[in-house]
Design a protein around this ligand. Sequence first.
Ligand code: AMP
Length: 285
Amino acid sequence: MPIAVFETISELREFTTDARAAGKRIALVPTMGALHDGHAALVRRAFEVADVVVVSIFVNPLQFGPTEDLDKYPRTLPADITTLDSLGAAAFTPNASEMYPSGASETRVTAGAVGELYEGHSRNGHFDGVLTVVSKLLNIARPDVVLFGQKDAQQVFLVKQMTVDLDLSVAVEVVPTVREHDGLALSSRNRFLAPRERAAAQKLSRALGAAGSSADRGLDAALSAVRNVLGSEPMVELDYLEVVDPRTFLPVARTFSGRALVLLAARVGTTRLIDNAVIHIGALS
Ligand code: AMP
């Protein structure tokens, strides 16, 4: 049986309202399409915690800056529908005027101080755009659970914070980053990497691995390890590198010890990639 594909808010609302009335648990997986195995992992996890899974595919203009790749973002809707068909998930594929009938909503959800850091510093207004569209999707589908990938760690932190701050009654489920065999985190943007760039891009996850194995010698050692690996690859241009406390998402002090998160973003050619990993920083002697 072909899966359900909904293009309008009212169609999706009717579908989820009926499912809820039938006693089904509903999961929502927000995506921008160009689906890959990372997205599939979210859908598979969603079926472990819910009966009905809705995957939204919407390239949200609100989260792209004026000089960013909104127009170039990959759009592969027919292939995405085939993927969702095989996974058994329903698709919500609104166009921009369905989501923003008057151009862009005047009302925004603002992400606050952490939303201005790292990814939000490089991409001004990005997280306000993300939280606004996620709020809309949650209000439209009213899922029991919403799933996000750890690949976008700052997004996960801010969405969780939003559900607490705004008393949203939805559970947030986080799925580990799915990687290629050489460690490169799957991303819809990886398809833009030329072969030489693709080879260079594996240095991002290598650098995170090096941070992990140096972290017992303290924060500075972990940071140097990242810079050494990335510095050996001229095609990688680092945008930011930060080590944060996962509980606050604020940078850790030089003397910090314990579980921390290394965040990095880099350009490989014209393609911007992000990645992150948990490390355990040892106490400085
Ligand atoms: P996107 O379509 O890139 O906006 O991503 C949609 C969702 O898939 C987000 O929650 C991402 O964090 C998640 N995601 C993207 N890439 C991966 C990956 N390699 N592993 C796990 N989740 C991912």
